[in-house]
Design a protein around this ligand. Sequence first.
Ligand code: ASP
Length: 342
Amino acid sequence: MKPNILLIYTGGTIGMVKDFETGALRAFNFNNLLKRIPELQLLDCNIDTVSFEEPIDSSNMNPTEWVHIAEIVETHYETFDGFVVLHGSDTMSYTASALSFMLENLSKPVVFTGSQLPIGDLRTDAKENLITSIQLASLQNNNLAVIQEVSLYFEYKLYRANRTTKINAEHFQAFASLNYPDLAESGVHLKINDSYLHRPNLNKSLIVHKRMNTNVVIIKLFPGISEVVLRSVMETPNLKGMIIETFGSGNCSTEVWFLNLLKKAISNGIHVVNVTQCAGGSVMMGHYETSSQLKNIGVISGKDLTTESALAKLMFLLGEKTSCKVFKIKYETNICGEMIQN
Ligand code: ASP
């Protein structure tokens, strides 16, 4: 039996075509996808499409839309063998990371993809991204999906979604996964790196988590950040979580005012997470003197999380109403392959 694949079109450049008379880009009706891209009929699967009523640029994505995507997967989970989410590349890593937490016990592929050029453009990267994503979502072994997690395919590489970051606004190779190896590579053959794939417990059924708490903030440290700026952020009403992008392996200023502000935030019940502003590598609190104090006052280690994943995990765990007592332990524990195990 051919696998059934559902394409979920949310918006972004991939679904736009150039009007050759005016030169302007406009979204096209995704239900006519098969007509527009006849190559899709050569694929060894049945393809169905569902589109956001009003496709959006991914800069307008937010947790409400994440839930919308999760609900589409939930509704069609039994009838489809795999899902391909077409999404603008700008915030794709945020959405895909969030979905990896929201879709607990996922055992079917959810492949995010998009493109830098519209599908109608002569030099487009959209066709290869789309066609290979569908092929990857269709792969089966003994009637079981080969990919059983949320992933992101772009420019010949399949990545674990919650390990990705958009690194380039221009190159076709727009994404990178610096802290986790590629799940698959597309060349003459599709090369699947089996040992890096996530393997869920198949006896458990899908649970879709829909409560993401948005009372959070990300602060990128910079030399010269002032007390007044940091204080005003920490005094945001109802703030529940804060991600600090620190220097190198999790280091920050040792100035007294800085540490006192953090201490106060933590004693007020705000969860403070330390991630590095480097593109790759991990936070190691206590490695330098400039991070030991963070460890001592109870800052959570984001280890090797990307900022996108750190944000999604924070919103997710806050939404699950995780108690203050176990929040740090839960946050520092790997949930779905997003962080190093130890
Ligand atoms: N601005 C677009 C978006 O993220 C870019 C893209 O589609 O890649 O929706």
